[in-house]
Design a protein around this ligand. Structure first.
Ligand SMILES: [Zn+2]
Length: 470
């Protein structure tokens, strides 16, 4: 599975986060159905250019660097961290690998060369363009025809750009850099930088093969980004790029597109600043199917927080009662059959194109049932039966806080010092010493899942977990 990841020249907003939450639910549901999932997410740290930006030659990361007076590398690093923090707060499980566009320039150049050799791309004035008329299925994903696109683009193109292209709708694979452009690499076509779409195509072919099972993105990626990824990859390999595409619809704020100028650009931090828990936002997102537009309002945020609290509090109460329950009991058959039906409804909903609103309705029924029984001094077996259902649900919904903050200060400092030490030793290639640190962490009861840019830890005894980013 490949997911188009963040372009790290700015903070991610809650519309972006909606997409990562949808991806996360998909991964959890696939795993629940015994699929082995290998997910790659890219970090676009170079050259995100839309067609019109390309035609004016403005690279967003370079522009941000100029605006903030930092190096492009520092900009990308800073906003990558902001992204990791946000997805972690929203219980989005880390992918198997984050991959950076800037680490794959040679692969992008190789793919470009391959396309030129096959007659799908051509060099013009230091730029390399993909010839959309050379690829018959072009436009199929987005439902465009080449003729329509040519018409649309023709009206917008500047004369000098128009004259460089064979067809107005051709898009760039490689862009010649001006001498003072900060991010540039040598290439057979002169110093420059890659177009945006070639990044994803080249990284998929390198890490996941010619055809992947699932490719995800936001609805704004359908055209041109995914259309162009398909053209590049399929023209090179002769095979379809992805068997299944998942596109998440837009999130609007108070009925409007998010915009900085209108004050409707909202980050996870803004939600927290108003006293909401990030996971209450996750609850809100799950309340709308990923294929419908979601209209965010502060009022809907408030009711989402109420719903989320009811869910978390019920589980907390059950846990408390589990720890103190005196008597055992045998749960009434009627209760067990009701729990079974709730379970079936829940699983059916998620297996039906990730119908999260229906899954939340099942969880809400379970909350009702639990509260009835909590009031009636339930015995241990009843409590266990209820808790077990909740924990199954939460493996898929991911709404319980991961209790990162509940390690004692000392414990957390100790853990994070050791993780930092291990990261440092590995970077210095002192593998034996690094492994010794890992072993001592295991002896202390921690399980580690290590990824390129972060380590996910779990304290087995308590189930507490968190993400450490060096
Ligand atoms: Zn992409």
């Amino acid at each position: 599975m490949y997911a188009c990841g963040p372009t790290v020249y700015n903070y991610p907003h809650i519309g972006n986060m909606r997409k990562y939450i949808a991806d996360d639910v998909l991964v959890r549901v696939l795993r629940q159905n015994n699929f082995e999932v290998q997910r790659f997410v890219n970090i676009t740290d170079v050259g995100h250019l839309t067609q019109d930006e390309f035609d004016t030659g403005e690279d967003k990361i370079v522009a941000a660097a100029r605006r903030e007076g930092k190096s492009p590398l520092a900009i990308a690093e800073f906003y990558s961290q902001a992204f990791f923090t946000d997805v972690d707060q929203l219980n989005v499980l880390p992918p198997e690998s984050y991959i950076k566009a800037s680490d794959h320039i040679p692969e992008m150049q190789q793919l470009t060369t391959r396309l030129i050799k096959k007659g799908h791309a051509y060099v013009s004035n230091g730029r390399v363009y993909f010839d959309v008329c050379s690829f018959e299925p072009y436009g199929r994903l987005s439902g465009n025809t080449v003729a329509q696109l040519q018409e649309r683009v023709r009206a917008e193109l500047k004369k000098e750009v128009f004259e460089q292209k064979r067809n107005p709708a051709d898009f760039a694979l490689w862009i010649k850099a001006e001498a003072n452009h900060i991010l540039q690499w040598p290439s057979p076509w002169g110093a420059g930088y890659p177009g945006w779409h070639i990044e994803c195509a080249a990284m998929i072919l390198k890490h996941l093969g010619d055809t992947i099972d699932v490719h995800t993105g936001g609805e704004d990626h359908i055209f041109p980004h995914h259309e162009d990824e398909i053209a590049e990859a399929q023209a090179a390999t002769g095979k379809p790029l992805a068997r299944t595409w998942l596109h998440v619809r837009h999130l609007f704020v108070e009925g409007k597109k998010m915009s900085k100028r209108a004050g409707t650009f909202i980050r996870v931090e803004d939600i927290k600043a108003k006293g909401f828990h990030p996971l209450a936002f996750r609850f809100l997102v799950l309340g709308t199917h990923y294929r419908s537009h979601l209209n965010f309002t502060w009022r809907s945020m408030r009711s989402a927080q109420e719903g989320w609290l009811r869910y978390v509090e019920t589980i907390r109460k059950l846990r408390e009662m589990q720890a103190t329950a005196q008597k055992n009991d045998s749960p009434p058959a009627e209760l067990l059959s009701r729990l079974k039906r709730i379970d079936v409804d829940f699983d059916k909903a998620l297996n039906d194109d990730l119908a999260t609103p229906r899954a939340l309705a099942a969880s809400s029924e379970l909350i009702g049932v639990s509260n009835t029984h909590l009031a009636g001094h339930a015995g241990l077996s009843t409590i266990n039966a209820l808790l077990e259902r909740f924990l199954h649900m939460d493996e898929l919904l991911g709404l319980l806080p991961h209790f990162d903050e509940q390690l004692s200060d000392n414990e957390q400092k100790n853990l994070y010092d050791l993780l930092a030490e291990r990261t440092r030793l590995r970077a210095a290639k002192e593998y034996a010493k690094a492994d010794a640190v890992r072993e001592s962490l295991q002896k202390m009861g921690y399980e580690l899942q290590e990824h390129d840019l972060h380590i996910r830890w779990t304290k087995i005894a308590t189930g507490q977990s968190g993400t450490f980013t060096p």
